[in-house]
Unconditional design. Structure first.
Length: 150
């Protein structure tokens, strides 16, 4: 993901990312305690802090659908939005396969753009374009493929 973002920045695009925290519970808050985080703990459902053009926004509600997040992100007018996770959603996706035990993801996901995995599973790939994760050119090839489709 970081390499795709980096290539976007090199091309002068404003990239945005959405990451689904699929591990249960709240995502880790990497920020030190601030007034805005204390406001959240006190009960504010939405708080933010801005400084020198950088905005940190924290919002709490029952759940956030991908559609909700995309709507929010569009207010910032990004050139491209990369989404990590949300496997059940019907957006074009790159499926990362760590080994043959992850092959089930290919039947569980829809709208597969391509798959990335170790060379050892290339023989199972006949439905989707496949890129080897050990090939240093893979991220650039995927980026070019993504950009040619938008």
């Amino acid at each position: 993901m970081e390499k795709l973002i980096h290539f976007s920045a090199q091309d002068g695009l404003q990239a945005a990312t959405i990451k689904h925290h699929g591990h249960g519970g709240y995502p880790a808050n990497d920020f030190p305690p601030t007034d805005s985080s204390r406001h959240s703990r006190a009960g504010a459902f939405l708080s933010s802090v801005e400084g020198d053009g950088q905005l940190y926004l924290q919002a709490v509600q029952e759940s956030w659908s991908l559609a909700d997040l995309l709507h929010l992100y569009r207010q910032f007018q990004p050139d491209i939005i990369f989404v990590e996770g949300y496997k059940r959603e019907d957006y074009p996706k790159v499926v990362l396969l760590r080994d043959k035990h992850d092959l089930h993801l290919l039947s569980e996901c829809s709208n597969i753009f391509c798959a990335v995995g170790p060379s050892s599973i290339a023989c199972y790939m006949n439905e989707f374009p496949f890129y080897r994760m050990d090939d240093p050119h893979t991220p650039k090839h995927i980026y070019q493929k993504v950009m040619s489709s938008v």
